[in-house]
Design a protein around this ligand. Structure first.
Ligand code: GDP
Ligand code: IMO
Ligand code: MG
Length: 435
């Protein structure tokens, strides 16, 4: 939703921004967040957990953020882990320590919602067991316990950050949760979880996290009242959304723009723009349909050392740009602006294919079918464009890109139905073109 038209342009540009992944995750959100953070005051995560892996390359160092918003690298910014995130307290403490080891300040610049649900060791174990039992039909999860943690939340049986802050009631609730989950784990043939170990390690993590835990809804509203600007950092991508993604090959949260409201307690009318991040091609990690998947393109990108997962290290599946998917993404998220990343990944590719529609049972489809099996059976209809066959990595302005690369970007924007505001030609801040 945009503010009134009479507001000057610069104010619109710095407005409250939701940033989401427009494809299957790993679009380069971390890099774009880091760039946009320059103008924001507060950066907030609203969903997902440490299944995310957001990479930022700065001053010769590579940082991979899993739970902490990517804004943490810039001084003077406040980062918030909102109520919609599922937090593994042990993983969060490790991430804080790791960042501090790299010289990043993490103290009053991080807040964690007291309503955020906890990821527990039995969630991780259940995630693993369910995947094992599914065999070939597995989802290919990150095994971080995300699905079972959100399942507990929806079943109203989860433990939250506020529970962890109250050791005596926490111990009681934990005892009953461990009992219940151990009987499920035993039935699945898995090792039971030790109550004592979980109790001690979680409460120790709780002590370390106490200074960060607060009512983040109130904090965010006060921030808005003071005229500060918030950047909402999406995790995963549109087609991993629990409602709109390629179900059941999805994650367990709303990765689309709406999730930014429910996951932070900031109402829709406070949002000013939505930025969709998408690669100049398509990738997916894990199982599930990927209509434009192309083995040759994957081999080529992997040979360049690209497209290996930031969280699990798995090789990402790769394919041609899928405009059916990104057009639908624009619809669901209300994308105003696009950030196109990894243009340089196509530098030596010629010709370049773009999927403009699908064919299913002889019919042309302009939107992806809801059913994963039908989507699996969709045959992409391709347009072809000539490659530019030269490096784009040092381009600082659109005019420094080869004409064929500019034409390619223009075509992606036309097909997706949104304006391009950023083109990224490399992992660093400097390799960013503002359009
Ligand atoms: P995220 O999960 O959306 O934040 O993306 P990931 O960090 O998991 O994966 C994106 C990868 O692409 C990371 O290794 C980034 O450093 C890298 N990256 C982002 N933008 C660009 C780009 O324009 N060019 C190149 N070469 N790498 C990029
Ligand atoms: P970022 O934020 C890419 C995928 C997993 C799996 C499915 C379900 O870095 O873009 P889960 O562990 O969430 O239950 O796994 O979702 N997945 C991601 N793929 N990027 C991510 O995050 C992902 N987070 C989860 O591979 O297919
Ligand atoms: Mg990632």
């Amino acid at each position: 939703m945009r503010r009134e038209n009479f507001l000057p342009e610069f104010e619109l540009k710095m407005a409250n921004t939701i940033l989401i992944g427009a494809q299957w995750g790993d679009e380069g959100k971390g890099k774009i967040i880091d760039v946009l953070t320059n103008k924001a005051d507060v950066i907030v995560r609203s969903q997902g957990g440490n299944n995310a892996g957001h990479t930022i390359v700065h001053a010769g160092k590579t940082y991979i953020l899993h739970l902490i918003p990517s804004g943490i690298l810039r001084r003077g910014k406040v980062c918030v882990i909102g109520n919609g995130v599922v937090v593994d307290p042990i993983a969060l403490v490790e991430e804080i320590q790791h960042l501090r080891g790299l010289g990043v300040k993490v103290s009053k610049n991080l807040l964690v919602s007291n309503c955020a649900h906890l990821v527990m060791p039995y969630h991780r174990s259940l995630d693993e067991q369910r995947e094992l039992r599914k065999g070939h039909a597995k989802i290919g999860t990150t095994k971080r316990g995300i699905g079972p943690a959100y399942a507990d939340k929806a079943s109203r049986t989860g433990l939250r950050m506020s529970d962890l802050m109250q050791p005596i009631p926490f111990a009681k609730k934990l005892q009953s949760k461990i009992r219940e989950n151990n009987s499920i784990l035993q039935a699945l043939g898995a090792k039971p979880i030790s109550y004592r170990e979980v109790h001690d390690s979680y409460l120790a993590a709780g002590v370390k996290l106490r200074p960060f835990v607060t009512n983040t809804v109130v904090y965010l509203h006060r921030t808005l009242q003071r005229g500060k600007e918030i950047l909402f950092e999406g995790a995963q991508g549109t087609f991993l959304d629990i409602d709109h993604g390629t179900y059941p090959y999805v994650t367990s949260s709303n990765t689309t723009a709406g999730g930014a409201c429910t996951g932070t307690g900031v109402p829709p009318h406070k949002m000013d723009r939505v930025v969709g991040v998408m690669k100049a091609y398509t990738t997916r990690v894990g199982e599930g349909p990927l209509p434009t998947e192309d083995r040759h393109l994957a081999d080529r990108l992997h040979a360049l050392g690209r497209e290996f997962g930031a969280t699990t290290g798995r090789a990402r599946r790769c394919g041609w740009f899928d405009a059916v998917a990104t057009r639908y993404s624009t619809m669901i998220n209300g994308i105003d602006e696009l950030a196109i990343t990894n243009l340089d990944g196509l530098d030596e590719v010629d010709p370049i294919r773009i999927c403009v529609a699908y064919r299913l049972n002889g019919k042309r489809l302009e939107v992806p079918p809801c059913d994963a099996v039908q989507l699996e059976n969709c045959e992409p209809i391709y347009d072809q464009m000539p490659g530019w066959k030269q490096s784009t990595a040092s381009a600082k302005k659109l005019s420094q890109l080869p004409t064929k690369a500019r034409n390619y970007i223009k075509r992606l924007a036309e097909l997706t139905g949104a304006e391009v505001s950023i083109v990224s030609v490399g992992p660093t801040r400097a390799q960013t073109i503002f359009v």
